[in-house]
Ligand binder design. Structure first.
Ligand SMILES: NC(=O)c1ccc[n+]([C@@H]2O[C@H](COP(=O)([O-])OP(=O)(O)OC[C@H]3O[C@@H](n4cnc5c(N)ncnc54)[C@H](OP(=O)(O)O)[C@@H]3O)[C@@H](O)[C@H]2O)c1
Length: 257
């Protein structure tokens, strides 16, 4: 069976990806920790006559990507599209974050994404086709006071994805980094980030999904889901770097405004 694999599919943007791919008739492998939520989403999507498998994994564990890959091999599933969407943030000055949170954020946002990408990119390159969507963020474009570690993990995602985009082109594999601004999900609550302090407007997960799929189809290296995201990216290059950093901190409101 050929399928689309989505990490972080239990809620928010990942769930929206699952719904859109199901609407397009793709078979799915859904990955996250919340087994009950994944099971409920899978059951609902199966009623639309698509095959949906749930692979419950904690992606902060170093062996999780291998387990996901083994799950696909065991079930004879070839992954055509990988969406690395699982991620978390933590609103705090860097010096105040606990060592455990540093570990968790870097493991889920960077290490698991890198390992998942490496495992499935190799399979796709062997098949000479496939696509990878890595969910980055506009916070990855510069340091963000109050969200320093999170922003740094997203800079990693952007940089790695850009290199993969070029490397895998010649193997027939498309790779895009998606850079959303603020999206209306439970993400802020999990991060302890008071969303009413954010200056930027919120968009929807569906806007991200639509832009990501269009971007991947055209094999865009970077995808900005809204015009505002693109403007912020461009304008950040026109001002001195320290101004861009201060502005990003102000717009995020992570340290309170
Ligand atoms: N919301 C925004 O404003 C925004 C903006 C830019 C980029 N993004 C990025 O978009 C992605 C999705 O965010 P979202 O807004 O949809 O957030 P969300 O609603 O909080 O969803 C996060 C997803 O990641 C999964 N996840 C977190 N830790 C995990 C772990 N240890 N193992 C496996 N899965 C884990 C969660 O599943 P379980 O809890 O069930 O494990 C959940 O499905 C993230 O990469 C985020 O950085 C979000």
């Amino acid at each position: 069976m050929h399928a689309t694999l989505i990490t972080g599919a239990s809620m928010g943007i990942g769930e929206a990806f699952a719904r859109e791919f199901a609407r397009r008739g793709n078979s799915l492998v859904l990955v996250a920790r919340s087994g009950d939520r994944l099971a409920a989403i899978a059951e609902e999507l199966r009623s639309r006559k698509v095959e949906v498998l749930v692979c419950r994994q904690d992606l902060s564990r170093p062996d999780a990507p291998d387990r996901v890959h083994d799950f696909c091999l065991t079930n004879s599933i070839t992954i055509d599209i990988l969406v690395n969407c699982a991620g978390l943030s933590h609103a705090s000055d860097f010096s105040a974050i606990s060592p455990e949170k540093v570990e968790e954020l870097m493991s889920v946002n960077m290490l698991s994404l890198a390992r998942m990408s490496r495992l499935f990119a190799a399979d796709m390159a062997a098949e000479k086709k496939g696509g990878i969507i890595n969910i980055a963020s506009i916070t990855g474009l510069q340091g963000v006071p109050g969200l320093g570690l999170y922003a740094a993990t997203k800079a990693f995602v952007l940089s790695l994805t850009e290199a993969m985009h070029e490397e895998l082109k010649e193997h027939g594999v498309k790779v895009s980094a998606v850079c959303p601004g603020f999206i209306d999900t439970g993400f802020f609550q999990t991060a302890g980030h008071e969303r009413t302090n954010a200056i930027l407007p919120f968009s929807t997960p569906e806007v991200v999904v639509k832009a990501a799929l269009k971007g991947l189809m055209k094999n865009r290296m970077r995808v900005y889901p809204t015009m505002l995201d693109a403007i912020l990216s461009f304008s950040g290059r026109l001002v001195p770097r320290d101004t861009a950093v201060r502005l990003a901190g102000f717009l995020s409101g992570a340290r309170g405004n």
